[in-house]
Design a binder for this molecule. Structure first.
Ligand code: PRX
Length: 554
């Protein structure tokens, strides 16, 4: 470890932060919650601000190429009221699962909040998913209703989904004769509001169920970690189909009454800098891949006025020290890494503005959170030793369940009292945590979690593929890329055309972000002697040995 970045000075009261770090408890917020009879995370996120007299405040700026629009909180509420009216007219009730499959646009945000406001469970899907991925998820949690648009709706075949009673198309809503409905379903804090499907190393994706109580975690971490004030213009670049895009794209900023930016589409360095300049973005929350791509564009940032930007955060994959140093030296901004997972519902390891940053580390435990590194018997390891990253349970954002899979849920709590993350890490004397990889075969490409099993299943559906083993291959920009090792069925030959056809097969059927960028045809795959399971670990080891590590950091 070389350089340490000192705390951000000026706007923060250091002594205040440091004293509260130790004395912080969730109890304060939970007691307040218990006294409050009007609990509904969606209501608190938007409606409450309108009731409190902030209806005129700009809630969002939307950018889609040249299309730009803005909504104040009253207008956002009005749009949500329309979706509420429609959902209720369709008979959606408390506990029903409503899928939201829309691009990153305001309607996606409105539909999610409307679903939650009537006590139903919102299941947002990333716009890159194709039919296989969408169907699997709707089937798993017996989705009753889907909100989509004409384009993405083409990927859904209602005839094959018996639970799906109705599809609402976003484009049709304005043409409907319907009166906005201000209905709010008051709930118990432990009632479910959101399911995020996420991938593991084995099996199909699992539905991680979050309860309304998580809003406390969202609100507090939004305030402490994202440092959001109501005067901020905050931009989280993630799609709400991912947990970062919902928790820190919708709830945390709006619970703190900030103005958010929603940008349609994926990464483009010039338009990102342009958005920061145009909207005077003050806080940016993104992923290491995006920061690496910005860095790779060199001096491009000099063409833009980025002086509004005061706080930058990262999540989802290891943040290279080189990128932190680049931002520090060129942009005069620290990048604050944060660690958490779909299952944890909110930040657990963070870099607060008032704390020093140790590049290479993910930061320290969020106040009120206890972290430990455990050995294989569940015993705490001494500082400096690598082991399983575990968190003392519970905390307000912690998932409530895995949908329809109690056994999977319990696996996270194999050591009584601890939530075990599946990540490997060590902790230094000051409690800074250093990420060392995953304990399982989960792939992390551009901060997006990809299950090898899902990709393998899609690959072997192709007529030429006999067997497949899929791994994450280290990549200097994307963190990892999906690489598949396959054996071919008799009569098929290893040609570039065939490999391209196989790649496209996965891209078209499973997901645009999860297809194997590299495919290698092999004679046989390494397997365990007894069960005959493919040894992905060995494939990965071989791949890493082939790579020259020095070229890995840019
Ligand atoms: O391996 C860790 C990695 O992403 C996993 C969680 O992925 P997901 O549930 O999709 O949530 C992503 C964002 C909340 C973790 O188990 N991960 C997340 N943050 C970091 C990270 N790896 C290294 N550094 C991080 N800051």
């Amino acid at each position: 470890m070389n350089k340490i970045l000192p705390p951000v000075k000026g706007t923060y009261n250091l002594s205040n932060y440091q004293s509260t770090y130790e004395s912080f408890t969730w109890e304060h917020y939970l007691t307040e919650l218990k006294q409050n009879k009007k609990i509904n995370a969606a209501y608190l996120t938007v409606d409450k601000h309108v009731e409190d007299g902030f209806g005129e405040k700009i809630a969002l700026h939307y950018v889609n190429g040249r299309i730009r629009s803005a909504y104040n909180f009253a207008e956002v509420k009005e749009r949500i009221d329309l979706y509420v009216a429609l959902l209720r007219r369709k008979g959606v009730k408390k506990g029903d699962r409503v899928f939201i499959f829309l691009p990153k646009n305001p309607a996606c945000y409105f539909a999610i909040l409307a679903t939650i406001r009537i006590g139903a469970i919102a299941v947002p899907l990333f716009e890159g998913f194709m039919q296989e991925a969408v169907h699997q998820r709707i089937e798993d949690c017996q989705g009753e209703l889907l909100i989509t648009d004409y384009q993405l709706g083409k990927r859904v075949d209602q005839a094959k989904l018996p639970s799906l009673k109705e599809i609402i198309f976003q484009e049709d809503i304005d043409g409907l004769e319907i009166k906005p409905d201000p209905y709010v379903e008051w709930v118990d804090p432990d009632d479910p509001m959101l399911i995020h499907y996420t991938s593991g190393s084995t099996g199909k994706p699992k539905g991680v169920v979050h309860a309304h109580r998580a809003f406390i975690h969202h609100f507090v971490s939004g305030n402490w970690v994202l440092d959001i004030k109501s005067s901020d213009v905050y931009w989280c670049t993630s799609h709400p189909g991912w947990v970062t895009g919902s928790v820190y794209g919708i709830f945390a900023p709006w619970l703190n009454r900030a103005t958010i930016v929603i940008q349609s589409g994926r990464f483009d360095a010039a338009s990102w800098y342009d958005i920061i300049e145009q909207f005077k973005v003050t806080i940016l929350y993104s992923a290491p891949t995006a920061f690496r791509l910005l860095k790779a564009k060199g001096d491009l940032y000099k063409n833009y006025d980025l002086s509004s930007l005061r706080h930058v955060l990262s999540v989802g994959e290891p943040l290279n020290p080189e990128v932190i140093f680049w931002a520090d030296q060129q942009l005069n901004l620290r990048i604050h890494d944060t660690w958490w997972m779909t299952e944890t519902g909110g930040h657990l390891i963070v870099n607060l503005p008032a704390e020093k940053i140790k590049p290479g580390s993910m930061g320290r435990a969020f106040p009120g959170i206890t972290i430990a590194i455990l050995d294989d018997d569940g015993e705490e390891l001494p500082r400096g030793e690598v082991g399983q990253l575990a968190i003392k349970a519970p905390w307000p954002g912690l998932m409530k369940a895995i949908w329809n899979n109690q056994a999977k849920y319990e696996q996270y709590f194999n050591y009584p009292g601890w939530y075990v993350s599946g990540d490997l890490a060590y902790q230094d004397q000051e409690g800074y945590i250093f990420f060392q990889g995953r304990q399982d075969d989960m792939i992390n490409s551009q901060g997006e979690r990809i299950g090898p099993f899902e990709v393998e299943s899609s690959l072997i559906e192709h007529p030429a593929v006999e067997e497949a083993g899929v791994i994450g291959k280290p990549d200097p920009v994307r963190g990892e890329i999906v690489k598949a090792f396959i054996t071919l069925k008799p009569g098929y030959f290893n040609t570039e055309e065939l490999l391209e056809e196989i790649r496209l097969h996965v891209k078209k059927n499973l997901a645009a972000h999860a297809y194997p960028r590299e495919i290698e045809v092999v004679d046989s795959l390494p397997k365990t002697k007894i069960s005959g399971k493919i040894l992905r670990r060995e494939l990965k080891q071989q791949e890493i040995e082939k790579l020259n590590y020095k070229t890995l950091s840019i």
